[in-house]
Ligand binder design. Structure first.
Ligand code: FAD
Ligand code: FES
Length: 340
């Protein structure tokens, strides 16, 4: 029988310790142990999981990760999402008291169906043996069948006991992962590790604005479906902003019709940045970037909302600037994990 090697990790200056299985990362093993660390992308790009190694040996999965600057590297900083312990280690890292709602689990997922949504986006449906335990707005890490790449994708459904995981994926030109994913056939198996992410639906009574750019629409559909499943859905107000370059990039999945029947007041605002969408048969679209549609359409009421966002970093950064810096929205009421 194979013996599972586990390295003991201690957090310097605290009495916190946890085990990390060989091949797992510092970040993921801490989350699996029920601890809460600062992170966003889980991919080495955002830099929010930086820490210092005090003692022990770590393998760096992505030595050139953009999440670390030259200055960070000179100062000996590392990324918890890219660090695989090779021995017992002591680390200096912030651990907060708020544990994750769902601990991430690694399993194998089978592709059931691929449903084309636009010219470059499809919804992928996977099934796992264990229930799909996650909160609306979270994401999972998908590993290609040959193990050559692992990427983050947000669930576009809600948690369920059937092990059903849906993802809206946009094909990236020449992309290492998406060029393989879009060629997979039903029955193919991938690695699925999750859930991850902090931009999940919160329990508050405010009206909700969901802002999705490009493939970020998947995470926002999950949030809308999550609101539709609340016992007081009939009293809720949700504004869903969907951004794309042209109306052909803006997708309204059928699941939204179901949500519209349960949510008291659901408003859908398409926004297109590259053509006069108002002239097209598909309905009236705001002409401009999706963050501009948010401030234009919500007006002075913008201060009353809780915001969820998903999409390219340029979109989420522009939204954060215009809401928090220009409109004075409390940063704690804007939730997103950068797609970087
Ligand atoms: C939190 C989060 C949620 C996301 N949700 C979605 C979604 O719902 N739908 C969707 O279409 N896309 C989503 N993405 C983007 C997705 O993860 C991929 O970046 C995208 O599909 C392009 O991948 P690619 O390999 O085809 O393209 P490529 O151009 O080959 O890869 C580029 C992306 O891969 C990352 N990358 C490169 N090397 C590595 C490495 N060694 N390890 C880890 N990452 C690496 C880069 O940071 C870059 O973002 C999400 C990203 C994040 C961070
Ligand atoms: S760089 Fe580690 S979570 Fe983004």
């Amino acid at each position: 029988m194979e013996t599972l090697v586990e390295h003991q990790i201690s957090v310097a200056g605290t009495d916190i310790g946890f085990g990390c299985a060989e091949g797992d990362t510092l970040l993921r093993s801490a989350l699996r142990a029920g601890l809460s660390l600062s992170y966003e992308c889980n991919s080495g790009s955002c830099g929010s999981c930086r820490y210092e190694l005090v003692e022990g040996e770590m393998r760096d999965r992505r030595p050139d990760a953009p999440g670390l600057s030259d200055r960070d590297r000179r100062k000996g900083r590392r990324l918890a999402c890219q660090s695989e312990p090779l021995s017992a280690c002591s680390v200096r890292i912030g651990v907060s008291a708020e544990p994750a709602i769902h601990r991430p689990v690694r399993q194998t997922a089978q592709l059931r169906e691929v449903r084309p949504l636009t010219h470059d986006m499809s919804e992928f449906v996977f099934a796992t043996p264990l229930p799909a335990a996650f909160s609306p707005g979270q994401y999972a890490m998908i590993t290609l069948p040959d193990g050559s790449a692992e990427r983050a994708y947000s669930m576009s459904n809600v948690g369920n006991c059937h092990g059903n995981w849906r993802f809206v994926v946009k094909r990236a030109p020449g992309g290492a992962a998406t060029s393989v994913l879009f060629e997979l056939e039903a029955g193919a198996t991938v690695g699925l590790d999750g859930p991850y992410g902090n931009a999940h639906l919160r329990d508050d009574d405010r009206p909700i604005a969901c802002v999705g750019g490009g493939s970020g629409i998947g995470a926002m559909i999950s949030i809308v479906l999550g609101v539709a499943a609340l016992p007081d859905a009939g009293d809720r107000t949700v504004h869903l902003f969907i951004g794309g370059r042209t109306v052909d990039d803006v997708v309204l999945p059928p699941a939204l019709e179901l949500a519209a029947r349960r949510i008291g007041s659901l408003h859908i605002h398409p926004a297109v940045s590259e053509q006069d969408g108002a002239d097209r048969e598909t309905g009236h679209a705001f002409q401009g970037f999706v963050h501009q549609a948010v401030v234009a359409d919500l007006g002075d009421a913008v201060a009353d909302f809780t915001f969820y966002a998903a999409g390219p970093p340029a979109m989420t950064d522009a939204l954060a600037r215009s809401l928090v810096l220009e409109r004075g929205v409390d940063a704690d009421r804007l939730h997103f994990d950068r797609f970087c």
